[in-house]
Design a protein around this ligand. Structure first.
Ligand code: NDP
Length: 477
């Protein structure tokens, strides 16, 4: 028997790379080439939108149960490729395989697909009495344009894709230029079970996203990224009165109350801030701690931070990775330097490797905790989006609540206490889309998630998220 005719297994990376050319994507931990990403032209984008538009009526004509079944099949397809996807994600994004990172992210894709397949979407009866009856139906919008970031590229794509498809829309998705391979790999796997042209990825840069935002055949934009880009999208989308879901930047505050147990909460505080090496929209980015507990909380956090290995993602021991790109590394470095220059105290970290400062090697920034920092320091008022947490001392709880609410953003927030009633009373006063108690950033596919103030608008997840990717249609008699 000869092996000549036995088909060789083609890797996901080989399937998504162009035959020739493409843009080299570097591993942020090693600066080695991960692969080559195709770049869509504007004509490619227009053709993708036209194909998705042509496919939409057929997809919408399938029964809801059928579409839900496709989402479950998509979850299975991801499970079948889970390790390959996790390795690709780890290499391109930098996040380690272990900890709340690459394998966790692939698992979240599966969980969100299954959950999104299960939520009820039937018509809601709004009025049913002697005056008559009114039903609220949820129809597809058409083609949804999805634009995503580089921090959780697969999971956030699923947050955009799954509800859109469930509601009978088709999707054109533009990944971040930093992490196109992760999203192309994910879409390749999903497309093994979806109808042709129901989901199309168009890798490109900001101008590709801008065209998608202005495209007359795109009914809605789902966007996750920075507030400045979000403002541009809001302006551009107004030309065609597009529906929008905007999940923008945050600068989440955590407030420890004086009855909390520092040792008991320290590990959850740490991961609330350092999940994905701090590169998470709803991570804790400033921590307010009362005088009475200040030193204990700082010591407990330092002890935990010192135990968490940071390094190359494919090394199974690591749970923290590099900053994903040099531009973001420079933001982190600038903010820590500003804190140091102002006299704040570095408890652990700071002091990046001179080789990295010089632009050589992976974009690692040490896990950094900063104490005795003023409320108006740039590290407190700007979003660091990296492995750094400022710990701000307060004497009066009112002062901490005022400071937490002082910024123009309000994505998440948290209150840490042994007294649930007290924590709930403080939570009710925080200006944010979500306030967690004794945890931070714990998103759940059943629970609506969205921002307050300049952190955006529109809810994702659960039945609320399904409504946001549909056209409301009242039928009354
Ligand atoms: P951006 O907001 O610039 O990018 C997000 C997405 O929008 C990318 O796909 C980007 O494409 C695309 N885009 C850029 N310009 C336009 C435009 N005019 N119209 C439509 N789409 C556009 O975020 P960055 O990745 O540059 O990160 C900058 C900052 O944003 C970070 O420092 C962090 O503070 C915050 N951020 C917040 C995230 C969150 O989850 N809320 C996630 C990532 C970042 P391309 O990448 O090709 O430019």
């Amino acid at each position: 028997m000869t092996t000549q005719n036995v088909p060789q297994k083609v890797s996901l990376l080989e399937r998504i790379q162009p035959a020739v050319g493409g843009r080299e994507i570097l591993d942020p931990a090693t600066v080695e080439v991960v692969g080559r990403a195709p770049e869509a032209t504007m004509e490619d984008l227009d053709a993708a939108v036209a194909r998705a538009r042509a496919a939409q009526p057929g997809w919408a004509a399938r029964s809801d149960a059928d579409r839900a079944e496709r989402l479950n099949a998509a979850a299975e397809a991801i499970e079948a490729h889970a390790e390959e996807l996790a390795v690709l994600l780890s290499r391109e994004q930098g996040k380690p395989l272990n900890g709340p990172n690459a394998r966790f992210e692939v698992g979240a894709c599966v969980a969100w697909l299954r959950a999104t397949a299960s939520f009820p979407v039937g018509p809601e009866v709004i009025v049913d009495d002697e005056s008559g009856r009114a039903e609220l139906h949820h129809r597809p919008l058409g083609v949804v344009g999805a634009i995503g970031p580089w921090n959780w590229p697969m999971m956030i794509s699923i947050w955009q894709i799954a509800p859109s498809l469930r509601m009978g829309n088709t999707v054109v998705i533009k990944p971040s230029e930093y992490t196109p391979l992760s999203v192309l790999g994910l879409v390749e796997v999903l497309n093994t079970v979806l109808d042709p042209d129901v989901l199309i990825a168009v890798p490109g840069r900001g101008d590709t996203g801008d065209r998608l935002t202005r495209h007359p055949d795109i009914a809605k934009i789902m966007f996750t990224g920075s507030t400045p880009t979000g403002k541009k999208i809001i302006a551009a989308a107004s030309e065609t009165v597009k529906r929008l879901t905007m999940e923008l930047g945050g600068n989440d505050a955590g407030i420890v109350l004086d009855d909390a147990d520092p040792t008991a909460i320290a590990e959850d505080l740490f991961w609330g801030a350092f999940i994905n090496t701090g590169q998470t929209c709803a991570a804790m980015k400033r921590l307010y701690v009362p005088d009475a507990l200040y030193d204990q909380v700082c010591d407990a956090l330092v002890a935990i931070a010192g135990q968490m290995p940071m390094g190359v993602g494919l090394d199974e021991a690591n749970v923290l990775g590099p900053v994903q790109n040099r531009a973001q590394w420079e933001i982190v470095d600038r903010l820590v330097t500003a804190a140091q220059d102002s006299g704040a105290r570095i408890l652990i970290g700071g002091d990046p490797d001179p080789e990295v400062i010089a632009g050589r090697g992976g974009h690692f920034y040490p896990t950094t905790l900063v104490a005795d920092i003023e409320e108006d320091n740039p590290l407190v008022v700007e979003e660091q989006f990296g492995p750094v947490l400022p710990i701000i001392r307060y004497t009066d709880l009112e002062q901490a609540i005022t400071a937490a609410n002082a910024l123009e953003v309000g994505l998440g927030s948290s209150v840490w206490s042994s007294d649930l009633d007290r924590a709930r009373a403080v939570a009710a006063r925080l200006e944010a889309g979500t306030t967690w108690i004794n945890k931070h950033g714990a998103v759940d596919p059943r629970i609506p998630f969205g921002g307050a103030k300049e952190s955006g608008f529109g809810l994702e997840f659960g039945t609320h998220g399904l409504r946001e990717v549909s056209q409301s249609h009242v039928i009354a008699w």
